[in-house]
Ligand binder design. Structure first.
Ligand code: C2E
Ligand code: MG
Ligand code: MG
Ligand code: MG
Length: 283
């Protein structure tokens, strides 16, 4: 409609545009209140061993119970949170919640069966002064062993020309916290980069998985990434597995871990515990 539209038609767009801007501003104002008003929540999505279906980890994913708009997922507010800087307090809130919950589920599931928890960390939060100290202090205060926490970082963090990022990553690793590279394959990190990153896990972006059954090249590509990762001592978690055939192929080519709707969607804490304790959890 826009193309070739006259001035009159353009003017018709204005109210909608205006509404969108106001909408965003309102969301930004509301988000200010979200942490203090207790409107945020965390859901947990299982990460499983692809061969046996055994639960190995849980990813913490933030949710916002907006007083007027209902349940919002990150797609609806993470941009606003990043732009405004509110991602920092939100990120710390999620980190604390997830660590506290991880201590609680170790009690419910028994220390041997207790999965690790993964927490997403934005570049902005990671680069905040005092980030490493705060993570380690939160672990100590809650009494969670550092090995049970995995921080999910993105390739964009590694591309920052900032030495402190690298010393901080090394400090976390030295303290026993594990690191995962999230959405691997969507960024620009070169393979030589991977060699230097003190990560333990690679989370392979869903788009690689989506095409693995239909595009013959894709399977070889993922096999290559797997081989490289294993050479570097990194384990791979395949993201967004929805189809049993995808799981099958991934397991065949040696991918150890996976996550996706095939196994479970993100769940509230109580549902997650029920899911975990259900006798048919081994998928
Ligand atoms: P992510 O870290 O890559 O998380 C995986 C996303 O994929 C989640 O979306 C999850 O619900 C979704 N997913 C999992 N399995 C499947 C599947 O089989 N099919 C499909 N279609 N989707 C699947 P969610 O919870 O909406 O989160 C979106 C993104 O928001 C996350 O992507 C992450 O980048 C960001 N995010 C979530 N929580 C936090 C947080 O606490 N802090 C920060 N900084 N970012 C967060
Ligand atoms: Mg993630
Ligand atoms: Mg991801
Ligand atoms: Mg993703």
């Amino acid at each position: 409609v826009a193309k070739g539209a006259g001035k009159n038609q353009w003017r018709r767009y204005q109210p909608a545009l205006h509404t969108a801007v106001l909408d965003r501003m309102q969301l930004r104002t509301d988000l200010d209140q979200a942490v203090p008003s207790g409107e945020l929540a965390v859901q947990y999505q299982p990460i499983v061993a692809l061969d046996t279906g055994r639960l190995v980890g849980l990813e913490a994913l933030v949710r916002w119970h907006h007083p007027a708009r209902g349940l919002l997922t990150p797609a609806q507010f993470i941009d606003v949170a990043e732009e405004s800087g509110l991602i920092v307090p939100i990120g710390y809130w999620v980190l604390e919640r997830a660590i506290t919950d991880a201590v609680a589920w170790a009690g419910e599931l028994g220390p041997d069966r207790a999965p690790y928890v993964t927490v997403n960390v934005s570049v902005r939060q990671f680069r905040c002064p005092g980030f490493v100290d705060r993570v380690l202090r939160t672990l100590t205060d809650a009494g969670l062993p550092p090995e049970r926490l995995v921080l999910e970082i993105t390739e964009s963090l590694l591309l920052r020309d900032d030495d402190r990022v690298w010393t901080d990553l090394a400090a976390l690793r030295a303290a026993g916290v594990r690191l995962a590279i999230d959405d691997f394959g969507t960024g620009y990190s070169s393979l030589s980069y991977l060699r230097q990153v003190p990560a333990n896990l690679l989370k392979l972006e869903k788009s690689f998985i989506d095409t693995i059954l239909v595009e013959p090249d894709q399977r070889s590509l993922v096999e290559g990434i797997l081989r490289l990762a294993h050479t570097l001592g990194l384990a791979i978690i395949a993201e967004g597995i929805e189809d049993p055939a995808e799981r099958q192929v991934l397991a065949e080519i040696g991918c150890q871990f996976g996550q996706g709707y095939l196994f479970a969607k993100p769940m509230d804490y109580d549902d997650m515990i029920k899911w975990t304790l259900a006798p048919d959890t081994t998928i």
